[in-house]
Design a protein around this ligand. Structure first.
Ligand code: 5GP
Ligand code: ZN
Length: 113
């Protein structure tokens, strides 16, 4: 996707602080962290949001979750973390490329919104 910010990060056209990368996914630190440790995990294939997950492309979602425990450890998280995916306008999704926020590194709020 030509005009997608995260596709540009995947392509290396925009630099990022990488935590983990393989042939299917990329994990990098959020530019505006909302917790002491804040990492984004994205598929290398462009999927706009959770709304666009189908039986055909859901394998990458399982793959991301298989890798999240390892990515959290690589990022320095030790005592638990929160995984969030904002989907659409009301959830304040700002980048229309599927991503999972991993938040940790401190005691998080008991509230989710
Ligand atoms: P959303 O609001 O769509 O759930 O999350 C998008 C996230 O991408 C935000 O937390 C924002 O700080 C992060 N972000 C936006 N632009 C960049 C960028 O150029 N580099 C990095 N590393 N993160 C970005
Ligand atoms: Zn994209």
């Amino acid at each position: 996707m030509e005009n997608c910010l995260f596709c540009k990060i995947i392509a290396g056209a925009i630099p990022s602080s990488k935590v983990y990368e393989d042939e299917k996914i990329l994990a990098f630190r959020d530019i505006a962290p909302q917790a002491p440790i804040h990492v984004l995990v994205i598929p290398k294939t462009h999927i706009a949001s959770v709304d666009e997950i189908t039986a055909e492309n859901s394998g990458i979602v399982a793959y991301i979750f298989e890798n999240i425990p390892k990515i959290a450890k690589l990022a320095g998280i030790e005592n638990g973390y929160r995984v969030i995916s904002n989907c659409g306008k009301d959830a304040c999704q700002t980048v229309p490329h599927l991503h999972f926020h991993i938040l940790g590194g401190a005691q998080l709020s008991g509230q989710m919104c």
